[in-house]
Design a protein around this ligand. Structure first.
Ligand code: ZN
Ligand code: ZN
Length: 131
């Protein structure tokens, strides 16, 4: 009996590869390491670069840099001007997927929603007593 290998399409290049922890084929893993190395070397020299400046200095795509930040490969705490972007409005985010503005707007919406539901419940509750 042959043991079945679990394979997947690599999200980086689309080639079929044997599944691993990084979820990338070996070619793309190596390429990603090289990209990360290049970024970190540049940042070591000038840690105050923004995403755009870093992209210019390394000729690595801004979206690629962002994806590395989003996946936690590139850590932000040493680099004060690097940032991920908000999922909703694209403004810079240092933590999580939403900026503080969108976050508080969302929280406001949820609070309002809950309040409305609460009022409805109260209404039903009171109408029972009126009967
Ligand atoms: Zn690949
Ligand atoms: Zn936002």
């Amino acid at each position: 009996m042959s043991r079945e290998l679990s394979v997947a399409h690599c999200p980086g290049c689309g080639n079929v590869f044997q599944k691993n922890l990084r979820n990338l084929c070996s070619g793309c893993s190596a390429a990603e390491d090289a990209v990360l190395n290049a970024l970190e070397q540049t940042l070591r020299r000038s840690r105050h670069l923004t995403n755009e400046q870093l992209s210019e200095a390394t000729s690595i795509d801004v979206s690629r840099i962002r994806s590395l930040i989003r996946r936690g490969k590139l850590k932000l705490y040493d680099y004060p001007n690097l940032a991920d972007a908000c999922d909703l409005c694209e403004s810079p985010v240092r933590q999580g997927k939403l900026c503080t503005k969108c976050m508080s707007r969302l929280k406001g919406d949820i609070a309002k929603d809950l309040e409305q539901k609460g009022q409805k419940k109260e209404h039903v509750f009171l109408s029972k007593f009126r009967r």
